[in-house]
Structures are given as C-alpha cells and as structure tokens.
Design a binder for this molecule. Structure first.
Ligand code: HEM
Length: 487
C-alpha cells in the first residue's frame, strides 16, 4: 500500500491498479460518503492516483487547516479541469486560474464589493430580493423552488450589474443558470482527472459523439454571453451617465481615463464570476434551510419564538437585529454544516513536494479539503446527521468559536470563498424573514429522503413539496405593504 518517494512513504489509501491507479475506487455519486469512509479506513490523509496523477484527501479539520490554511503559500494553486478549460473558464474565471498575479488582482477587486467592510452597500439589494420572495410565496407557495432561484438571480444581478430581474425567464438568469449547470458538472469529482471529450468525440453521432462537439460550442457561447452581454450594457449606461449603482458601474466609474483594457477586462470578468459563484450556492443553502425546517420543527418554533420576543409582528427582522437573534444565526450556521452546498469544495494543487506527518505529499498533487467529512466529524459535531442549531448555543449565548462551520464550508487558505460574508448576509436575512412570516410544514407527500442529495461539485436536496402558510394576518399585511412600497 505504501510507495516510497524521496525516502518517505506516501500517505495510505486504497490499493491502485497498474496504469489506471484508483480510477475504479473513485465514487460516481454521493462523493462525500466515499471520502468519509476513506477517513475511517485509511485515516484523515488519504492518497490515491488516477492515471498516475496524485490526489490527497484531507478529511479532518486538523489536516485541512495544517496544510491548506497554515501552508497556504504552497497549497493555493488550482489544478486544471479538462472540461472547464475547454469551455473557456481558465481564460477568465479566477476560481479556476493558477495562483498568480491576475488571480491576486481579481481577488483584490472582488473584495471592494464583497469584502466585510463593503457588505452594508448590498443590504438594500438583500432586502429587495427577500421582499419579492416573501410576496411570491404568498401568491404561489407551492412554487417555492422557482421563487428561491429568482431570489438569488435578482440579488446578484442587482448587486453586480444594477440590473432588475423580473422573473426566472429573464434572459440573464437563464444564461447564468445554463453556465452554472455546466460548471457544476465540469468540476464534479468524476471529471477531476478524466477528460471525457476525446472519448465522446470518437462515439458515433447517435451515441452523442458529434453532438458533444456541438454542445461544447453552445457552452462556450453561453460563457461568452455571461461574460460580455450584461457588462457591455452597464458600460453603455455608465457612458450615458444613467447607470444604476452596482459593482460594475462603480468600478468602471472609478477607473481613470488612462486605465487600459486590462483593468476593464478584470472588472468584466470579476462581475461574471460573482454571478457564477453566488447563484447556485445561494439557492442550494436556502432550499436546505426549508428542508431542515420540515425535519426539525422544534428549531423552527424556537427561532419564531425568538423573533416574536424581539421583533414582534409589526415589522420584519433586519440586519440590525442580528446580534439579538442568536438562534436564527445558529440555524444559518447549522444549514451550512448539515449539508454544505459544496461538499468537497474545489480542489487545490500543491506546487512543491511537501512532508506532512512523515508522509511525502508529491508536487502536483490535487489536494481536496473534504468539507462534508470535516463538518460531520462526530468528535466536533456530536450526532452529526441531526440538524441541531443548539450546538452553537452555550449558556444561552451564541458561541461557535470552537466549531464555526463557516471555517470549512467556504473552503480554505488563500482560496477561501471571497463571497463568504456576502453569502452569510444573504442566507441570514432570508432565514430571519421567512421564519418571521411563514410556517413550514410537511406536505402530504411526507419528508423527502435526505440521503438523496444530488452529487457533484454543488449539491442540492432532492425535490420535495412543502406547505408554506403565513403565520398571521398581520404578516400578510406586512408583505402586501412591501409590494406597494408602503412600509
Ligand atoms: C452558501 C454560499 C457559498 C458557499 C457554500 C461557497 C463555497 C465556496 C467554496 C467551498 C469555494 C472553494 C474555496 C477553495 O478553493 O478552498 C468557493 C470559491 C469561490 N466562491 Fe463561493 N460559496 C458561496 C457563495 C459565494 C458567493 C455569494 C460568491 C460571490 C459573491 C462566491 C464566489 C466565489 C469565488 C469567486 C470563488 C473562487 C475563489 C478562488 O478560487 O480564489 N461564492 N466558494
């Protein structure tokens, strides 16, 4: 099982086959379950190879933090993903760029709108998007999955481009959803090292062969549209002097007249990536929240009691109430832990040979922080499969200093999600306001099978139905007043 390299053993892992390596050991679905099982069998640092390419799986907080956080200078590169590269993401998407100057410049620019200090600039957009969500739920509660998608599309289009999205059929939302679906597939573990394109091109057309080349062309064209079309529209508005405030318009206005195309393309690319990073993750976490409320009715009631005591029925909870609503915040944290939307994060790449606990970590290894396994470690989160917000409440106070799920759910080191605090704001307001206004109850079909979350880079709960009813007439009036702007 151990192969020596530079005199040191490689970390343990499943026995590889000649040439193929561990290709047959790689999971095809519910990857997080396999990675957690590997922890039980081989320990929290597991080594596999696929066609000679080394991969290291870190499945404890200690191992992930030792390498990806504390040695981040060495562990912050990205492997290339064959399909994302073919679609063109490596050319503009800093999430897939190698560690380097363009990546650093992108992160700096991104932080100007999505960093902690800039968060209040987006609060009105959060309130507006949640307002539309509350109102849509009043009209057509059964269509909540579609309303959640609209909420995330509206929020991010508003913040990034100042564009008002009216419905899910909106062309911007459609394009972004298509692009995101492709990314999620292209970055899923089965695609980490296998390039499916040459194989698929060899197939006859009736088996998807030539169609796949056409499909690739469509994907590239979607990416191009997402990257250029909304940006060009904002650029034109800035030139006319009638642009709405947004990440893109502010950054373009701040550009000096002598700044070149390079700076402008950086703004354009960061804007497109913000949409990509935010849309599906926000939908997934919001849907997981609703599912959790069906499963743990006690948690729903406890949060509503807390809101009733502090806020009452004549206004909606707001960001200024956050410190006084610890149970609502605990629910938000537990949503991120119970089923993290990105269960195995995005793999990093180690630039040079390294040594950890006496093992050699070879240069060029793909290094995966197993987010789900870490957040389901029973030593840190007892009874990990239960949805238990009270695990963050100590002596009546919110305390997640020892077990904050956000330390892992958003990835690691210098690559940690740059939208982390924005995402928490979005999820917190959505949870606080939905719980204030609505009761969530199991529909006739019953509670869905929670083991059936979708596989891949971004994971969603299985489709489920749910009964959503206003908690009182006074909340109905509040929501109707939001519709008329009469608040
Ligand atoms: C619940 C919501 C979210 C979750 C769970 C999440 C999770 C993650 C994870 C696990 C990574 C990989 C980090 C790593 O490589 O170690 C990541 C990267 C990234 N996320 Fe998020 N994210 C969320 C929301 C957002 C939002 C709202 C934005 C934009 C506003 C965003 C933008 C990005 C970008 C641009 C990257 C690439 C960073 C890089 O490679 O340097 N994410 N996210």
């Amino acid at each position: 099982m151990f192969t020596r390299r530079g005199g040191l053993p490689l970390p343990p892992g499943p026995r590889p086959l000649p040439f193929l390596g561990n290709v047959l050991d790689m999971p095809r679905k519910h990857e997080w379950k396999t990675f957690t099982r590997w922890r039980e069998v081989y320990g929290d640092v597991t080594y596999v190879t696929i066609f000679g390419r080394p991969m290291v799986f870190l499945s404890s907080a200690e191992a992930a933090s030792d390498l990806l956080d504390k040695r981040s200078a060495r562990y912050s590169d990205r492997p290339s993903f064959p399909l994302t590269d073919l679609i063109g993401h490596n050319e503009f998407n800093f999430g897939f760029m190698p560690y380097g100057k363009r990546w650093q410049a992108s992160r700096r620019l991104f932080a100007r709108r999505f960093g902690k200090n800039a968060l209040p600039e987006s609060h009105d957009a959060h309130r507006a998007a949640v307002g539309v969500l509350l109102s849509n739920l009043l009209d057509k509660p059964d269509e909540f999955p579609s309303h959640l998608r609209l909420h995330s599309g509206q929020l991010i289009m508003d913040v990034v481009y100042g564009i008002t999205v009216k419905n899910r059929q909106d062309k911007w939302v459609q394009t972004a959803e298509d692009v995101m679906e492709t990314i999620a597939m292209a970055v899923s573990p089965v695609m980490w090292v296998v390039n499916p394109v040459p194989l698929l091109q060899l197939l006859p057309r009736w088996l998807g062969g030539k169609n796949f080349a056409e499909q690739l062309g469509r994907w590239r064209s979607d990416v191009h549209k997402l990257q250029h079309v909304p940006f060009e529209s904002v650029k034109a508005s800035v030139a006319h002097g009638d642009a709405r405030p947004s990440f893109t318009s502010t950054m373009l206005q701040d550009l000096g007249s002598d700044s070149g195309d390079e700076q402008e393309s950086l703004i354009r690319d960061c804007a497109a990536i913000a949409y990509g990073g935010a849309s599906d993750t926000t939908v997934s976490s919001a849907t997981i929240f609703i599912l959790a409320m069906l499963i743990n009715r006690g948690a729903q009631q406890a949060a509503q009691d807390e809101i009733d005591r502090l806020v009452g029925p004549h206004r909606l909870p707001d960001f200024s109430d956050r410190a006084q609503l610890p149970y609502v915040t605990a629910i938000m944290k537990e949503v991120l832990r119970w089923h993290p939307p990105a269960p195995q994060g995005i793999p990093h790449l180690v630039a040079d040979d390294d040594v950890y606990r006496g093992y050699c970590i070879p240069a060029g290894s793909m290094v995966v922080g197993c987010v789900w396994s870490i957040l389901h470690d029973p030593a840190v989160y007892p009874n990990p499969s239960a949805f238990m917000p009270e695990r963050y409440i100590v002596d009546g106070h919110l305390d997640f200093s020892a077990n904050d799920p956000s330390r892992y759910a958003f990835g690691f080191g210098r690559r940690i999600c740059p939208g982390k605090d924005f995402a928490e704001d979005a999820l917190w307001l959505l949870i606080a306001r939905l719980l204030a206004v609505y009761h969530f109850e199991t529909a006739e079909a019953g509670v869905p099978d929670v083991s059936e979350f979708s596989s891949g880079a971004l994971s969603h709960p299985p489709p489920f139905s749910c009964s959503i009813k206003p908690r009182s007439e006074s909340y109905v009036k509040l929501v109707l007043a939001l519709e008329t702007g009469d608040t």
